[in-house]
Write a protein that binds this ligand. Structure first.
Ligand code: FAD
Ligand code: DHB
Length: 394
């Protein structure tokens, strides 16, 4: 006999999408249950994205999650594009009046978990054998094991917030969704280093040896990425080689130097563009990476996840207040407009900044011409700045 828990929204996954959805629903008085296969410690220390669009940061503040972010986050009014040994600033504030906020994804996740537990609600961590059922009926069910015991959540709707490798999207019958995908022939080797950022703002570098990005988490912690092969062996990258390669890719005629320090985390991230349409099947709604992936250039992934659940929470609110399913029916189309805008932007930034194998030199020269235009034409720079800082939430 499995123990059944009854709630309004059953949420699969405690990443930014699932946790933010639970938070927004709680503020609307809508009950939810959240299950997560990993431990609390694991999700709170997973190093991933680091840039919040202004609308994402504003939503955190408006929903009572802004205290620590306001104290610890870094507000940036622009970024640097670096090529041909020189840096060129894109001034977001001047071009759009908007900024970005540098605050690690795991900090957002920690704040969301803290807020939920403070409010007396649970998160079921370390669950196993998760499956979803009956979402084509009025009685969806989520089944899982907790502490070795079978459990069940009976709910009105299921939110599939379980990331790209989760079980929700594959549970939808074959043929019900269309998939659009592009896999890139390169990846990012990312490190977190105990070293002060060498510049006050992010630097995106296009170097003949490949792309590199300097970001940060705090005034004492730098986050750096360099383009590598998708099957890159981390063992072939001792710390010295990483610093030397980064030093080369960020070099300027003016003698720029990165500050070096102990590397405390290393990983390789593959790059993919992916969209599943529609983001709904019956009473199952997909949100965040479960529905779409962007290559990381331009930092859209987590922002899209938060934007999706903002739309979804409003649709649930409308349903529970009025009984109308109109907004739930419009969920997918409303999200996909923003998703495809971000898909285009992330693909464009990726194509402008990465080396491609087998290039005769044409691609590199085309990229330099594009970078030259983006950094000298106010119209072109404004387009980048608008996309990078993001659309306001509807
Ligand atoms: P996730 O954060 O993936 O959360 C999904 C959650 O569901 C996870 O906690 C997972 O453990 C859980 N889960 C999975 N299966 C199940 C199941 N069966 N049952 C219950 N729970 C389950 N974006 C950027 O903008 N910049 C970056 O630098 C960047 N780096 C990244 C590096 C990596 C390695 C990855 C994978 C992604 C990166 N991203 C980056 C993308 C960004 O982190 C994601 O877009 C963001 O995490 C999406 O949030 P989400 O909640 O939709 O999914
Ligand atoms: C970071 C990641 C990105 O993908 C990006 O475009 C900018 C910053 C980061 O991890 O800080």
């Amino acid at each position: 006999m499995s123990l059944t828990l009854r709630t309004q929204i059953g949420i699969v996954g405690a990443g930014p999408a699932g946790l933010m959805l639970a938070h927004l629903l709680r503020l609307e008085g809508i009950a939810s249950a959240v299950i997560e296969t990993r431990s609390r410690g694991h999700v709170e220390t997973r190093v991933r994205a680091g840039v919040l669009e202004q609308a994402t940061a504003d939503l955190l503040v408006e929903t009572g999650l802004g205290d620590r972010m306001r104290r610890e986050a870094l507000v940036h009014g622009g970024i640097e594009l670096r090529f041909n040994g020189a840096g060129h600033r894109i001034d977001f504030q001047d071009l759009t009046g908007r900024s970005i906020v540098v605050y690690g994804q795991q900090e957002v996740v920690k704040d969301l978990i803290h807020a939920r537990l403070e409010s007396g609600c649970e998160i079921h961590f370390n669950v196993a054998a998760v499956s979803i059922h009956g979402f084509d009926s009025a009685q969806p069910r989520i089944r899982f094991h907790a502490g070795g015991q079978p459990r069940e959540i009976a709910c009105d709707f299921i939110a599939g917030c379980d990331g790209f490798h989760g079980i929700c999207r594959p549970s939808i019958p074959a043929g019900a969704l269309a998939f659009y995908e592009r896999v890139y022939p390169f990846a990012w080797l990312g490190i977190l280093a105990e070293a002060p950022p060498a510049s006050g703002e992010l630097i995106y570098a296009n170097h003949e040896r490949g792309f590199a990005l300097m970001s940060m988490r705090t005034p004492a912690i730098t986050r750096l990425y360099l383009q590598c092969r998708p099957d890159e062996d981390l063992d072939a990258w001792p710390d010295r080689r990483i610093w030397d390669e980064l030093g080369t890719r960020f070099e300027t005629a003016a003698g720029f130097r990165l500050a070096e320090g102990p590397i405390v985390q290393k990983g390789v991230t593959g790059m993919r563009s992916f969209v599943a349409e529609p983001m709904q099947s019956g009473r199952l709604f997909l949100a965040g990476d479960a529905a779409h992936i962007v290559p990381p250039t331009g930092a859209k992934g987590m922002n899209l996840a938060i934007a999706d659940v903002h739309v979804l929470a409003r649709a649930f609110r409308s349903f529970y207040r009025t009984g109308s399913e109109d907004r739930l029916r419009g969920y997918s189309a409303a999200c996909l407009r923003r998703v495809w805008r971000a898909q285009h932007f992330s693909w464009w930034m990726t194509s402008m900044l990465h080396r491609v194998g087998g290039d005769s030199g044409f691609e590199y020269r085309r990229q330099l011409a594009e970078l030259e235009q983006v950094t000298t034409s106010r119209a072109a720079a404004t387009s980048l700045a608008e996309n990078y800082t993001g659309l306001p939430f509807e």
